[in-house]
Design a protein around this ligand. Structure first.
Ligand code: LLP
Length: 870
């Protein structure tokens, strides 16, 4: 390595860099540390390195602490620790081992210490400190051997543990706190010694010089303490992840990197679940306004998460959703507490006596419920039962555990409540034990059963983005998603045929706008993808999605049958495809008038009934006919509540408890139920959905004598947002093949609409006007909700680009709106398009399904006309 040899001026800025367990466990990782430190040094910074113990060593030291009474077990663990450090030492090919062996000898002495058999806390603290003493010693030896002159420091000389009010003995020894203020004298004294230093995380000292431990994750805190003490330019926490995310990426692959947070938000996210940063490490740097940066050791080029003072003018946004497990709720119920002076003082006194710190509080006239977080408390069943015994005289106590606290974090939470309706609806279906809104207006927490948390978090994260409560379009705050970082940005699964046909599209728009343009090639490709799924015996196209004659002809040629929901749709297909046998038309109406059923039966179209009324009141019409029965399996799915078609709130299908009555009427009138049908919603991206529908329908069908066909409906979704994973057709094929094998007696039908046509269509519009109001910028188009109502009706997300300036860099965030006299006339909220000028052609993607067909002449503005590309 090419290192500067001159020493730095005394007032050179300090950078504190902290490395965790995995980053210090192997020689290559130490080479990496040398590179990072060397780069800072080369830029004229004085560097202080803070290290954790080698990975796993603190756990082994803890195990010695726990096995304190068992001398031979302690020795066995000790020998393992010696071997780990000697192995790394050998690998580092260092000249002398004396310094390392000095600490190992001290550790050996501790095994013979008089405090060991009782496992005294002072002994445990000293024991635990050895992980960092050893790793920092090895590190200093290695960096010096590599030519980077590095001075070893004992952190205990700098940090004095300060007892906290009501802190128990355990906390004093093993979860200590330190008060640090910038001390120029220390900085100057160190500067006189050299440029690069290494010290231990995790440790401090008591007044009498005895060792104290800062608690789990304390190395981050040590780095912060050093940052504050030296008034560093920055504290860099180097870890194995790119930074803090909007959710735990292991639970939510779409979680976004948070590039910029203020101290308070970072504190809140760290406290409420994110493991990246220890919650205690923010306070020391916050006081002295030293920025804290989280960086990824494996990808130092990434910006990471920068935590600093409040960002002025930042848009209010939810920043993260997190969860903490292992939460215990203590519910205290008393009739006598209402307006009773001192009730809370009495009960909280019991918590204080047991050294328990209370996290959340909910109170009512006769009940107070509090939560205890295991990371702040030593929560044994023993402690809890003693606590309950102490509380009994005041109230009836109920312990509810294990729970999870699900927290939504963002500055100005109370002003965002209106955007949380979808999130609240999600909680509405669950048993929520406690809701708490933090008085600093930074978080909203829901306590639910622990088992629910893992499935809940990804759903809530998606809902927060969808409701624009989490403003992921704000590039100053939200970085790439975890998925993108893991697999590269090329993960966008959305179809973009229109990029290659840009010139054709611009030529069409030059003639007139607005225009819907369809690419039949894309429709055919989608159809062939589905047709390759062998388990499906017959595919129908649900033409409600787009009844354009050319599309019907293309799909007819691909071998599709057709599903209609009105008599006019039936007639339209028959007119468009005169050679189509009526038997290949399925009629699935809902609340249609009697004449439509009669006409369909007379024409030989297959009819599906989805209510008792037709068979009960008009039964004779169906005599001698084969019919399908549409059942409601109970729960709907889909991209929005308005497209879920299951459950009592949905008007579709016969509920399971009415099926017997339906059969009785059918028998009476001599109608044969030869098929069962279910369509539970639209825009579903989970391939397993249809497997579960098939299984439920097949077991239901086994109770009938003549059911031959199971129609699983449509609902196949396409990705809308960049982060959406596409429907996995292979998984769908495999799932259907499997269930088909289990029930080979049935013919399997499906009836997708959207999947075939959505991506094949785009809406072209022209920019009419630009406007700014306050901070909000508007781009007005000549197409609005009269052409495409989906964004207004379902908050649907359509990709929007400035087709005229497709390759320009994105400009400011804008609202893309139409010319209709409605505030809801939006095509896209908070979009970043290339800067628009009047006359530019804007393309709205994924507009081939439920676009033109749902258009209206509202305001007497003609909606976009349709054009088909051959
Ligand atoms: N079968 C039945 C009985 C249906 O009701 C529907 C759609 C389909 C099949 C086709 O569903 P698809 O495969 O297209 O998801 N306008 C809404 C969608 C409404 C869907 C109505 N029924 C939207 O723009 O998202």
């Amino acid at each position: 390595m090419n290192l500067p040899t001159e020493t730095l001026p005394t007032d050179a800025p300090w950078i504190v860099v902290k490395f965790g367990g995995t980053s210090v466990s192997t020689r290559p990782r130490w080479d990496n540390i040398a590179t990072i430190v060397g780069a800072h040094r080369a830029k004229g910074k004085r560097v202080l390195i803070v290290v954790s113990a080698l990975s796993g060593i603190t756990d082994q030291l803890k195990a010695i602490g726990e096995a304190h009474a068992d001398a031979s077990r302690c020795r066995e663990l000790y020998l393992g620790i010696v071997e780990r450090h000697h192995a790394l030492y050998r690998d580092m090919q260092l000249p002398s081992r004396n310094a390392l062996d000095g600490w190992l000898a001290r550790l050996d002495q501790l095994l013979g210490d008089a405090r060991r058999p009782a496992g005294e806390l002072s002994w445990q603290a000293e024991l635990l400190a050895h992980g960092e003493l050893l790793s920092s010693t090895l590190g200093a030896l290695y960096l010096n051997a590599r030519g980077l002159t590095t001075h070893w420091l004992d952190s205990r000389e700098f940090f004095l543990a300060r007892p906290q009010p009501n802190q128990g003995a355990w906390g004093r020894w093993l979860s200590a706190s330190v008060e640090v203020a910038p001390d120029p004298a220390v900085a100057t004294a160190l500067a006189a010694r050299g440029d690069v230093f290494i010290a231990q995380g995790f440790i401090a000292r008591h007044d009498d010089g005895a060792t104290a431990i800062l608690g789990r994750g304390g190395s981050d805190t040590s780095a912060s303490y050093f940052g504050a003490l030296l008034k560093a330019e920055a504290v860099e926490i180097w870890t194995d992840v790119p930074g803090m995310f909007s959710a735990n990426p292991r639970q939510v692959p779409d979680a976004r990197l948070l590039s910029r947070l203020d101290y308070a938000e970072a504190q809140e996210i760290a406290t409420t679940g994110a493991k990246v940063l220890h919650p205690r490490c923010i306070h020391p740097v916050r006081e002295v306004r030293v920025p804290l940066v989280i960086k990824d050791t494996n990808r130092p080029e990434l910006p990471g998460t920068a935590i600093g003072p409040n960002v002025a003018h930042a848009a209010t946004s939810i920043k993260a959703i997190s969860s903490r497990k292992g939460i215990t709720l203590v519910s205290m119920e008393s009739i006598g507490m209402w307006q009773q002076v001192g009730f809370l003082a009495d009960v909280f006194d019991a918590f204080k006596r047991h050294g328990l710190s209370v996290d959340l509080i909910g109170s009512a006239e006769t009940n107070v419920t509090v939560s205890l977080d295991p990371s702040d408390n030593l929560l044994t069943s023993d402690v809890l039962s003693r606590l309950c015994a102490d509380l009994e005289p005041f109230c009836r106590v109920k312990v509810i555990a294990p729970c999870a606290a699900v927290t939504v974090v963002g500055r100005g939470m109370r002003s965002m409540l209106h955007k949380l309706s979808a999130v609240l609806a999600e909680f509405g279906a669950l048993d929520v034990h406690l809701i708490s809104q933090s008085s600093n207006n930074l978080n909203l927490t829901f306590v639910v059963d622990e088992a629910l948390a893992d499935a809940l978090i990804p759903r809530l994260h998606a809902l927060l983005i969808r409701a624009e409560a989490m403003r992921v379009d704000d590039a100053a705050v939200f970085g790439p998603s975890w998925r993108e970082l893991a697999h590269g940005a090329g993960d966008d699964a959305r179809a973009t045929w229109w990029r290659t046909r840009r010139d054709d599209l611009l030529a069409i728009a030059a003639e007139a706008t607005p225009r819907y343009v369809y690419d039949l090639g894309h429709v055919r490709a989608q159809a062939r993808g589905l047709a390759a799924i062998g388990a499906v015996d017959r595919w129908h196209y649900a033409l409600k999605a787009n009844p354009h004659a050319d599309i019907l002809r293309a799909l007819h040629a691909e071998g599709f049958a057709f599903e209609c929901v009105s008599w006019d749709e039936v007639e339209h297909v028959r007119r468009t495809l005169p050679d189509l046998p009526c038997e290949r038309i399925l009629f699935t109406p809902n609340f249609a008038p009697r004449e439509e059923y009669r006409a369909a039966l007379a024409a030989g179209v297959r009819v599906t009934l989805d209510a008792l009324h037709p068979i009960a009141e008009w039964g004779a019409d169906f005599a001698g006919h084969d019919i399908l029965l549409r059942v409601d399996l109970g729960a709907g799915r889909g991209h929005h509540d308005k497209v879920k078609t299951g459950g009592a709130q949905s008007k579709f299908g016969v509920s399971l408890d009415e099926i017997e009555a339906f059969r009785a009427h059918a028998r009476t009138h001599g109608a044969r139920i030869t098929g069962l049908h279910a369509h539970l919603g639209s825009g579903i991206l989970d391939a397993q959905h249809w497997r579960s529908v098939y299984v439920q329908m097949a077991s239901l069908a086994e109770q009938f004598n003549r059911v031959e066909v199971l129609d699983l409906g449509g609902g196949l979704g396409v990705p809308s947002r960049p982060e959406d994973a596409p429907l996995d057709l292979d998984a769908l094929a495999a799932a259907l093949a499997e269930v088909k094998q289990a029930y080979p007696q049935f013919k399997l039908w499906m009836e997708p609409g959207r999947y075939l046509v959505a991506e094949a269509g785009v809406l072209l519009a022209r920019v009419t006007q630009l406007k700014r109001k306050g901070d909000v910028r508007y781009v007005g188009l000549d197409a609005g909700m009269n052409s495409l109502i989906r964004p207004a009706l379902y908050e649907a997300w359509h990709d929007i680009v400035n087709l005229t300036r497709l390759d320009d860099a994105p400009g400011e965030v804008v609202q893309v709106v139409g010319p209709i006299c409605e505030s809801g006339d939006t095509l896209g909220n908070h979009r970043r398009l290339a800067t628009c000028a009047e006359g530019d052609v804007v393309l709205v993607a994924e507009a081939g399904a439920y676009g033109a067909v749902m258009a209206s002449r509202y305001n007497l503005r003609e909606p976009a006309a349709e054009i088909v590309l051959p």
